[in-house]
Design a protein around this ligand. Structure first.
Ligand code: HEM
Ligand SMILES: *[C@@H]1O[C@H](CO)[C@@H](O)[C@H](O)[C@H]1NC(C)=O
Ligand SMILES: *[C@@H]1O[C@H](CO)[C@@H](O)[C@H](O)[C@H]1NC(C)=O
Ligand SMILES: *[C@@H]1O[C@H](CO)[C@@H](O)[C@H](O)[C@H]1NC(C)=O
Ligand SMILES: *[C@@H]1O[C@H](CO)[C@@H](O)[C@H](O)[C@H]1NC(C)=O
Ligand SMILES: *[C@@H]1O[C@H](CO)[C@@H](O)[C@H](O)[C@H]1NC(C)=O
Length: 556
């Protein structure tokens, strides 16, 4: 028998099987949240940059001693720790958001709500709160000196609180071993996971007055006794200080031995694990990377996680196609080149747009912005789909105009003379159902910014015959999960032709200024546009009817 072909190729090992094919809306969104940790669009890691940043302490400096990063890590652990490996219930599922869980003694402190208040703003239909809790740990650890952590996506937010299960400091060693076993971790892994977590943060006086006294320190107004001397930074000091006997970890040197859980746990294998961490910062980092990843992947048994989400080396983003008022297709977007020098004057980036009939339009792209990840260890430039040939005033900057009849089948990129096309498939885009800029407002309220009625025109490619066309709106369900509300758009009896006959317009009356995307179902397959539209962004159809507000007559 011949060995599989992959084994014969020397570079096969570096080709990761987990880079997905673009487009894949959910994986694309998770990949961006995980790998574009900071850019002008995302900004997630700005909450842990610098690592001392504390959301409640920044305004007037009155609350010091804590930082967001440690809160984010503890939130992930406490959300996960309800897992029961025997029956597969509980785990990392954002059940920590329920007030009932936060009110339990095992979840003392304000760190969970502080954390979730930041995270909810980043949730979308594609990125659940539970996935954000996982990405939060990854982002905090990676931005504050820690190792790269494998992230898988697809966590589902629980519909109700989980059973209790988070260990507390007064538990005895046997209880803690049993508790971690229930969560799916051995005694050695328990020592590791706690050392990794307790490389950050500390114990605060207010929720734990029996463990930590009031400190009256103007530099630590919250009276937090830190686990090691670098409480906002990942390193093995939690172990070196422990082995050296100089640790001030409050769960180790606390006056009341009952609550010295780290003391019992760290010494429970004769200090073997902690000594190995103290000896080797590399071993500590690699152990923490794998234990953190396993902790994040501890989910209820019915949840199926994706492969590890590796970064796409070449990734289009924000790709929008609309039918312009002039009847031309308008393409805009950016392409990200992952982890390469941002400002490389030698680099040429070209966008090749292949039409349905195989004609190619080439556009040279310009550097627009960059994102960063892992505390700046990764920098990724973004090139915008600007038509540089037409940026002299003849074209619209940031938009590439395409013939509607030719349409667009797929994109490819030519970077320094090398064509990137995802191994031949190209970067497929759909021009079958797109927003039409003939959409407009029919009635405004008291001010121009207060649209009350209008119509969305949706351009459906002639001959496409979608089963369904609908507007999509992201809303919250009864337990605060983001779901998509669909509103069907009826196929018109007498369709209006547009785009040189390449499209027909379907219209729907809209009576609010909410944000919508457009969805369609063709041959049982659903897809959505990523461009969002609101009456607020539209202009008047024809001279607008302005509502007349009659002043009530006063007096006689
Ligand atoms: C027997 C197991 C554990 C016990 C008894 C325990 C106990 C505690 C206590 C009492 C605090 C103080 C919280 C506060 O003042 O608000 C704390 C903080 C913390 N714990 Fe644990 N912990 C355990 C395991 C873990 C694990 C496995 C991780 C992560 C993998 C972790 C991560 C953290 C972090 C990051 C903080 C600092 C929070 C902050 O400063 O805001 N802990 N832990
Ligand atoms: C507080 O921090 C400042 C600046 O780091 C330092 O100079 C000062 O001694 C600290 N005060 C106390 C009470 O530790
Ligand atoms: C030590 O802590 C335990 C658990 O919180 C408590 O029950 C006990 O009274 C404390 N002992 C002393 C001497 O304060
Ligand atoms: C473990 O290390 C601690 C801290 O240095 C020390 O106090 C303790 O005696 C050690 N325990 C064992 C079993 O070696
Ligand atoms: C980023 O590039 C550097 C230098 O080529 C490489 O060492 C590192 O592994 C890359 N990181 C990722 C996450 O791809
Ligand atoms: C490219 O287009 C974007 C809008 O998509 C605009 O913000 C940017 O300034 C343009 N850049 C260049 C170099 O023309």
């Amino acid at each position: 028998m011949f060995p599989p072909l992959a084994l014969l190729l020397p570079y096969a090992a570096t080709v990761s099987a987990s880079v997905h094919i673009w487009p894949s809306p959910k994986l694309d969104a998770l990949e961006a949240q995980r790998w574009d940790q900071d850019d002008t669009i995302n900004g997630f890691s700005s909450f842990v940059q610098p690592c001392t940043f504390f959301i409640r302490g920044n305004e007037d400096g009155s609350e010091t001693g804590r930082a967001n990063g440690p809160d984010w890590i503890r939130t992930a652990y406490h959300d996960m720790a309800t897992h029961n490996a025997e029956d597969g219930t509980g785990g990392l599922d954002a059940s920590i958001r329920f007030p009932e869980e936060q009110a339990r003694p095992e979840n003392a402190g304000t760190g969970f709500q502080n954390t979730l208040d930041v995270f909810v703003a980043f949730t979308t239909r594609h990125v659940s709160l539970a996935d954000l809790i996982a990405i939060g740990l990854v982002t905090a650890v990676e931005n504050c000196g820690g190792p790269q952590i494998d992230f898988r996506g697809g966590r589902i937010d629980a519909a109700e609180p989980n059973a209790p299960g988070v260990p507390e400091p007064q538990g005895d060693l046997d209880a803690h071993i049993a508790s971690f076993k229930k969560q799916g971790f051995t005694q050695t892994e328990m020592i590791g996971l706690i050392a990794c977590g307790h490389s950050f943060g500390g114990v605060e006086h207010k929720p734990f007055p029996e463990i930590v006294p009031e400190m009256n320190d103007p530099n630590n107004t919250l009276s937090v006794q830190h686990f090691d001397t670098t409480f906002d930074f990942f390193d093995n000091k939690v172990a070196t200080e422990y082995i050296a006997g100089s640790s001030q970890n409050p769960l180790l040197v606390g006056a009341n031995d009952t609550t010295n859980s780290d003391k019992r746990i760290f010494a429970s294998d004769g200090n073997k694990t902690m000594a190995s961490f103290a000896d080797s910062s590399e071993l500590f980092a690699s152990t923490c990377a794998s234990l953190f990843a396993r902790m994040l992947d501890t989910v209820p048994k019915d949840v199926k996680l994706s492969d590890v989400i590796d970064p796409l080396p070449i990734k289009p983003a924000e790709v929008q196609i609309v039918l312009g008022r002039n009847g031309k297709l308008q393409l805009s977007g950016v392409v990200r080149l992952f982890n390469v020098t941002v400002d490389d004057p030698e680099r040429t980036v070209q966008l090749l747009v292949d039409s349905h009939s195989g004609q190619t339009t080439t556009t040279t792209l310009a550097l627009e912005r960059s994102s960063s990840a892992m505390g700046g260890r990764i920098q990724s430039p973004f090139y915008a789909f600007n038509n540089s040939q037409e940026a002299d005033g003849n074209g619209i900057l940031g938009i590439i105009e395409l013939d509607p009849v030719q349409g667009i089948e797929k994109m490819r990129f030519n970077i320094n003379g090398k064509v990137e096309d995802q191994g031949g498939v190209g970067f497929k885009v759909q021009d079958g159902v797109v927003f039409s800029e003939t959409s407009c407002i029919t009635t405004v309220g008291a001010t121009k910014d207060d649209p009350v009625a209008g119509k969305f025109d949706i351009a459906v490619r002639t001959g496409l015959n979608p089963t369904r066309v609908f507007l999509e709106q992201e809303v919250k369900d009864s337990v605060d999960r983001t779901v998509v509300k669909e509103t069907n758009v009826e196929k018109p009896a007498q369709p209006v032709s547009a785009g040189d006959g390449a499209y027909e317009l379907w219209s729907i009356q809209v009576n609010d200024a909410n944000t919508y995307t457009i969805g369609a179902e063709i041959d049982g397959k659903k897809f959505s546009t990523i461009d969002t539209h609101s009456l607020k962004d539209l202009s008047a159809c024809t001279p607008t009817k302005r509502r007349v507000w009659h002043k009530r007559r006063t007096g006689a």
